[in-house]
Design a protein around this ligand. Structure first.
Ligand code: MLC
Ligand code: AMP
Length: 507
């Protein structure tokens, strides 16, 4: 038995001297470098005592070294646990206490804060890795020998990663992803999107989520393609890179921001063969406008942390605006009546359920929650509402789960509501997502103040900033006398969403 995921990603047939990672300054790393340097990170982790199955938590900026760390962790048999760089220390403490990692890797600027949290939760080591690739872990990796490392054997059912996804109860759940989940999904995407070693991917997504880490990175590695690794999305920079690239993967906000550039033309996108969008709904208008300006039909796909990618519009054939396309090879998608799980006929709207080698192994330490989200026949209940049309295209029509997707980041209202409700002067609150021209949906707070009066909008946001990652902060706070409720006393968020529908779109 070999290391199942790594043998799929770092293939001997990739030309050793071809560039695997191009960096903006003109430097980069060949495939031979990535083999060699990720082996050093694997050896460094083993030297720190990481054993097969140990969790390695990383809250680090995007860099080539962060990818060596990811690959090194998997090569050492570890379970990689990447965390959003926006998380506050208070948020990080929860993940550390829940996942009990053997090792935490943090940006040097934050390492000190981690020390006490790590000690409290029995983490053996805190190491550092900075955006420029320096740090204590990099020093340790540089001291390892090049060729003595042997990958730890791991099979398809062994864990490769845990990705936290916020929960409707406000408590995040760690989705356990196996070697088989990640490898099978990368294989399906390489085939569906026709990736080859000739491709050059513009990689402008963060690498702590499924989209940037597993879709973008794994697909590019598996195909032997080159990725231009950008620290973040800058539309002008991305446009300038298009003449030497072939593929862009992004969230819808990437495309609306690109459309705002007059330089986005047919000529500028001439060498590109594919634009992919996902993580949030792409407006049909954006699809149409992009096609008019560039001649390219954006290919929209649908995925989740728990399942990686489920469906994709076709590479050849109609890329239908507003639809997320067909189930990927080996992935089954069905529509059911949400309560009973009864399968519904073609065209009917219901719960989207997923089964296949892509579907995760369960939530870390939460067997009951895991069981509650699967049907007895193994289908995962996605929480997304949709339908499948006569041609087999899947359409997402809404969410059964209370969730806001802002610029591709998920925000679970409950988590923010609990923080607002705890503030002095607040009786209760409701967090809703409202249509937003840039972010798709904007997190918005509707607050009921106490008799003595609530804190101001600015004071509420400032208080939340101490506790929550900044993308979760409300873009606006609205004050009301009472929240609308139904006869069951449940807050009617649909009424609020309707009432404030045009808040951000008033021009
Ligand atoms: C940043 N900010 C956001 C935000 N991103 N606020 C709301 N929603 C967002 N998405 C806030 C910051 O906290 C900061 O606030 C201010 O905006 C400016 O920060 P920035 O870093 O300069 O923002 P910017 O570079 O403009 O980022 C926007 C973005 C980025 C859209 C480029 O959010 C992004 O890369 N999104 C991709 C998310 C992603 O990869 N999702 C995949 C999940 S996987 P302040 O107050 O501090 O100034 C998944 C499954 C699947 O969903 O199917 O793929
Ligand atoms: P996450 O929990 O971050 O993995 O987010 C997954 C959720 O993002 C899915 O359950 C969907 O609600 C949403 N999503 C992903 N891709 C799309 C898409 N193409 N269209 C609409 N929603 C999407």
């Amino acid at each position: 038995m070999a290391n199942h995921l790594i043998t799929g990603l770092l293939r001997p047939e990739h030309p050793a001297d071809r560039s695997c990672i191009d960096l903006p300054g003109g430097s980069g790393h060949s495939f031979a470098d990535v083999h060699r340097l990720s082996a050093r990170y694997a050896a460094a982790l083993a030297a720190l005592g990481v054993r097969p199955g140990d969790r390695v938590a990383a809250q680090v900026e995007k860099s080539a070294e962060a990818l060596f760390l990811y690959l090194g962790c998997v090569r050492a048999g570890g379970v990689f646990l990447p965390l959003n760089t926006a998380y506050t220390l208070a948020e990080m403490e929860y993940f550390i206490s829940d996942a009990r990692p053997a090792l935490v890797i943090a940006d040097p600027a934050r390492a000190e804060g981690f020390a006490s949290v790590a000690e409290k939760h029995g983490v053996r080591h805190v190491e550092t890795l900075a955006a420029d690739g320096s740090g204590s872990l990099a020093v340790l990796a540089a001291a390892q020998s090049d060729d003595s490392w042997r990958d730890i054997e791991r099979g398809p059912d062994d864990l490769a990663a845990i990705l936290y996804t916020s929960g409707t109860t406000g408590r995040s759940k760690g989705a356990m992803l196996t070697h088989g989940n990640l490898r099978s999904n990368a294989e399906a995407l390489v085939a569906t999107w026709r990736f080859t070693s000739e491709d050059v991917l513009i990689h402008a997504l963060p690498i702590f989520h499924t989209h940037g880490l597993f879709v973008a990175t794994n697909v590019s590695l598996m195909a032997g393609a080159t990725m231009i690794l950008l620290p973040k999305f800058d539309p002008a920079e991305v446009l300038a890179l298009m003449p030497r690239a072939t593929v862009l993967m992004g969230v819808p906000t990437f495309y609306t921001r690109l459309l705002a550039l007059p330089g986005l033309t047919r000529d500028a996108t001439n060498s590109m063969r594919l634009f992919i969008s996902g993580s949030a709904p792409l407006l049909a208008d954006t699809h149409r406008e992009f096609r008019e300006r560039t001649g390219h039909a954006i290919l929209e796909r649908y995925g989740m942390t728990e399942t990686s990618m489920n469906t994709s519009n076709p590479y050849e054939g109609d890329r239908v605006a507003g639809s997320v396309g067909f189930p990927l090879p080996r992935v089954e998608v069905r529509v059911t009546e949400p309560e009973s799980g009864q399968a519904l006929p073609i065209g009917a709207t219901g719960m989207l359920e997923i089964r296949g080698p892509n579907v995760f192994a369960g939530y870390w330490g939460m067997p009951e929650k895991t069981q509650a989200e699967f049907r007895p026949d193994g289908f995962f209940i996605s929480g997304d509402l949709g339908r499948i049309d006569e041609r087999g295209y899947v359409w997402i029509l809404g969410r059964g789960k209370d969730l806001v997707i802002s610029g591709g980041f998920n925000v679970y209202p409950k988590e923010v509501e609990l923080e607002i409700d705890a503030l002095p002067g607040v009786v209760e609150s409701a967090i809703i997502g409202l249509p937003h021209p840039d972010l798709g949906e904007a997190v918005t707070a509707v607050v009921v103040a106490g008799r003595e009066g609530a804190p101001s909008e600015a004071a509420i946001v400032a208080a939340l900033r101490m506790r929550l990652a900044s993308y979760k902060l409300p873009k606006r706070v609205l004050f009301v006398d009472a929240l609308p409720r139904n006869t069951m006393a449940k807050v009617q968020k649909n009424v609020l969403r309707e009432r404030y529908r045009d808040l951000y779109n008033r021009g």
